[in-house]
Design a protein around this ligand. Structure first.
Ligand code: ADP
Ligand code: ZN
Length: 636
């Protein structure tokens, strides 16, 4: 638990205000230049304008209000929905020497009073507040007595009733503007969904705010969807190959599966923790805390885990079960690679998943408009999983954004998928469904197609059918792929109770020869390539880490971290861990991976060179340069 006073954040920064936004960026945050629309947004807000900022995770939203908070006179009030998030942000700011604090239920009365006093006295630049506290008479009165610089409404999508993060208190935030009409407001969100955006504007009364819309592309994330064979083994191989020591998240649908997969990973020698809503609150909190504070831990979780995790070096997000929708997929995978370094989104997807999704569609068949929307979402998800085209294009297109060229950084771009004219195969597969009475699933149908006279086939006289053994041209695995795609593309649908396949009108049209069917050829081997290589490529090139994918080569030549660089990299991480432990803060609060990688690449020898590293501002130079310079010296 930290408060403003007991951390002594203000000892060397007492009220000195940077003259300009660029000054603040350089001296406090240690970055050279603004990224994307940051400069415009900050300029607009510093001048007193209202803003609605729509920027993806990792895009650099925090600076958009933190810098105005330093440049403008008075206190900036940041509304933030989660205690863990507030604590992390405040810790990180205090590390930078910024006078920041939070007010929430985790503070005792004396600590809270101290923060309140500091606000009124103007001894503080930023205060993070939970929305429920903000609208209390006590706090409103406090605001009346405080000189205010700015209201920042973080995670503004919490105002949306349709989203899963809805927080009713957000609906009352318009009171801030009513009481303090002259104080500018900035609302920020990473939500990519158009409806939610409109709702934010409306509900927060931001109709006159200037809207800053960034691209929602996350160029540093490599998207992959692999056909499921044995999902755990596939995932383990993927982790061993690409992320032997990285932190990441594995999403599963059920609590049971979360527990099982976590236990299994530990048996395989990979440290993993479970997280789901069925665990006691203290266990959840402890597991989350360990995930944030350690380096290479894997979190196996249901979707209950995620919001408020701003650990920047989550290097991978795996899905062992499909997400609910493409929005959910984007949000969940978006937790990887906040720091802009290469990260992987990996999903295993197979017949059982398609059947389950199709059954969900069947359930929602009866047509009110809400269900139609749900249907559209599931269809889009299936389309994404099955596409032979660039996954990023499909994903961004879903959010009404066009990526003109294939991305070069997803599985279908890196290992192009062949397509084939599957019309005849589809006709055979669909006829098998029809002639067996539209009651069976893929296993039995494939036996019929390949002429496998099992007991069940013989018993049902299915060896007498015209379709018996007409499919010897394809293997069982290939037929699996055909059926999966027929179900995914809606030529077949799935019986709710027994999971048997039935023809749809579109399927009938194929049998009648009125429709051609294009199928993707599933890749046989998963290629071995990944983020580890990309990180190495980055260092080998000695290029600057631009963050958010800038400077990350998508197709660059493979390079390897030399043994000496590798040793230095680990030694720097150990140094960071020790410093973090001593202060009981997450390691990334000391320095991000990108800063450590730059140390490896540049090997600074003195304070002047150290000060040039991205992410090294005045305060961190003073506090940490010596420790890291010593490590670099030892690795001469
Ligand atoms: P968001 O809140 O949009 O998810 P953050 O504000 O956490 O993103 O920023 C993501 C990462 O980018 C952080 O590591 C941050 O320090 C870094 N960053 C932000 N702006 C810049 C910049 N102008 N130059 C370099 N790094 C930046
Ligand atoms: Zn692509």
């Amino acid at each position: 638990m930290f408060s403003y006073s007991n951390r002594g954040a203000s000892d060397d920064a007492s009220g000195q205000q940077p003259a300009t936004a660029l000054d603040a960026l350089r001296t406090v945050f240690g970055y050279d230049s603004f990224r994307g629309q940051q400069a415009d947004i900050i300029d607009h807000v510093v001048r007193g304008g209202d803003a609605l900022v729509l920027m993806p995770t990792g895009g650099g939203k925090s600076l958009c209000y933190q810098i105005p908070a330093l440049v403008r006179d008075g206190v900036t009030v940041v509304v933030s929905p989660l205690i863990a998030l507030m604590r992390d942000q405040v810790t990180a700011l205090q590390e930078l020497g910024v006078r920041a604090a939070f007010l929430n239920s985790s503070l005792g009365p004396a600590e809270a009073r101290e923060v309140e006093r500091a606000m009124v006295q103007g001894e503080i630049d930023l205060v993070y507040v939970a929305p429920e506290r903000l609208v209390t008479p006590r706090f409103l009165d406090l605001l009346d007595r405080t000189r205010l610089a700015l209201f920042a409404l973080d995670e503004a999508h919490c105002v949306s009733q349709w989203g899963h993060d809805f927080r009713p208190e957000y609906l009352q935030l318009s009171i801030l503007h009513e009481r303090h009409p002259m104080v500018p407001r900035i609302a920020l969100t990473a939500t990519a969904d158009v409806q939610t955006r409109a709702e934010i504007k409306d509900k927060l009364g931001l109709t006159d705010a200037r809207v800053f819309l960034s691209s929602f592309d996350r160029p540093n994330i490599t998207y992959r969807v692999v056909p499921k064979k044995s999902e755990r083994q596939q995932m383990l191989a993927f982790l061993r190959e690409n992320h032997p020591e990285d932190a990441g998240i594995i999403y599963c649908m059920s609590r049971n599966k979360v527990e099982e997969v976590a236990a299994w990973l530990n048996q395989q020698g990979r440290e993993a923790l479970p997280y789901h809503a069925g665990l006691p609150a203290e266990v959840r909190e402890a597991n989350q805390d360990r995930f944030i504070k350690s380096e290479g831990l894997v979190m196996v979780a249901t979707v209950a885990f995620g919001m408020g995790i701003d650990k920047p070096n989550v290097r991978f997000v795996c899905h062992l079960d499909p997400p609910k929708s493409l929005e959910a997929y984007y949000q969940e995978t978006g937790r990887a690679g906040r720091d802009g370094l290469p990260a992987n989104a990996w999903m295993a997807y197979g017949m059982a998943d398609v059947v389950m999704l199709r059954q969900m569609l069947e359930q929602s068949e009866a047509g009110d408009s809400h269900r139609r929307v749900e249907r559209g979402k599931l269809e889009a998800l299936l389309g994404f999983c099955e596409t032979p085209d660039c996954r990023r294009q499909v994903l961004l297109n879903y959010f009404n954004e066009t990526l003109p060229e294939p991305c070069g950084n997803c599985d279908t771009c890196l290992d192009p998928v062949e397509t084939w004219d599957g019309t005849i195969a589809a006709q055979k597969a669909l006829s098998a469904v029809y002639r067996t009475g539209q009651r069976y699933g893929a296993g039995h149908l494939i036996d019929v197609l390949v002429g496998n006279a099992t007991e069940k086939v013989v018993q049902q006289n299915h060896d007498q059918l015209k379709t018996f053994a007409v499919g010897k041209d394809l293997t069982k695995v290939e037929w699996q792929s055909v059926y999966r795609q027929l179900v995914a593309t809606g030529l077949l649908t799935v019986d709710l109770e027994y999971g048997g396949f039935r023809l749809t009108d579109a399927g009938v049209a194929v049998i009648k020869g009125q429709r051609v069917v294009k199928l993707r050829k599933d890749p046989v081997l998963e290629r071995r390539r990944g983020v580890h290589d990309a990180l190495r490529r980055h260092t080998a090139r000695g290029g600057s880490v631009g963050g958010n994918g800038e400077g990350v080569s998508r197709s660059g030549a493979r390079g390897a971290l030399s043994a000496a660089d590798d040793a230095l990299w680990h030694a720097l991480k150990d140094c960071r861990t020790a410093l973090a432990k001593a202060q009981s803060v997450p390691p990334y609060v000391i320095f991000h991976d990108s800063t450590l990688l730059e140390m490896v690449a540049q090997r600074p020898r003195d304070h002047a060179a150290f000060a040039h590293l991205p992410g090294v501002g005045g305060r961190k130079l003073e506090r940490y340069a010596d420790a890291f310079l010593e490590v670099i010296r030892q690795h001469g």
